[in-house]
Write a protein that binds this ligand. Sequence first.
Ligand SMILES: Nc1ncnc2c1ncn2[C@@H]1O[C@H](COP(=O)(O)OP(=O)(O)OP(=O)(O)O)[C@@H](O)[C@H]1O
Length: 258
Amino acid sequence: MIQINELTKIYKLTKKQMMEHKTKKNMMKAVDNISLTAKPGEIYGLLGPNGAGKTTALRCISTLLKPTEGEIKVCGYDTVKDSENVRKKIGFLTNEIKLDPQFSPRYMFDFFGKLRGLDEETIKQRREKLFAYFGINGFEDKKINELSSGMKQKASIAVSLIHDPEVIIFDEPTTGLDIVTARSVTDYLKLMKDQGKTVIISTHIMTEAEKLCDKIGIIIKGQLTLEGSLEEILSETNTKDLEDAFFELYKQHNKEEA
Ligand SMILES: Nc1ncnc2c1ncn2[C@@H]1O[C@H](COP(=O)(O)OP(=O)(O)OP(=O)(O)O)[C@@H](O)[C@H]1O
């Protein structure tokens, strides 16, 4: 279970970042007072355009960033006060954390298994299962920098799932993957959901959110503008698909801001 209560994250901007953002303010509110709950046996999708705040929210859940305001609980543990217990519960995938190019998927997997305190037999069993599922067998001893980007992503996913986590936090897990590989990832997430795990992902792929997510939260400029099942979102926005719903909300949001 993930419970986010009035989460706000403000970044302090450097002069260079102020220029990039074309702003005179040295603060950037990346996440603005978001509350949401993702339950066991549910896939929650955070959907939003570039820079909406999805990665920031997921990094706060995973204890990588501290909220500026608000609190987050993962399996009942506070991400600030009880971050160690949170880290034990989660499998976290984010795009800018890369596997070391010099090592092989097997080496990385075993290394992170030991770091997680798993015994050798458990590591071996998990490795065989996950490498077989994601088609990493045959590539397990190649250097990471010799692998295709899809294979790298699959290796990162396998490593993040090494300890069979109760809560899965995946930032854009299928970005850059071909449809076959992307399907193996989304099918695995469904499998995890069926096992009662809590899954939260970020995506800007509308069809992925439509097909995969039990609940969708649409985030625009740091704010959770609408949340619900696909049916609820379509009915609320009076639209026929998620793309139309998204544009409707985007238009409304920009009108309100103007
Ligand atoms: N470390 C940082 N310092 C300053 N600003 C940041 C930092 N990280 C992110 N931002 C800014 O915060 C806002 C939200 O970024 P974030 O990466 O959370 O969005 P996102 O929805 O994940 O976008 P994308 O889909 O492009 O990955 C953006 O305006 C971004 O430029």
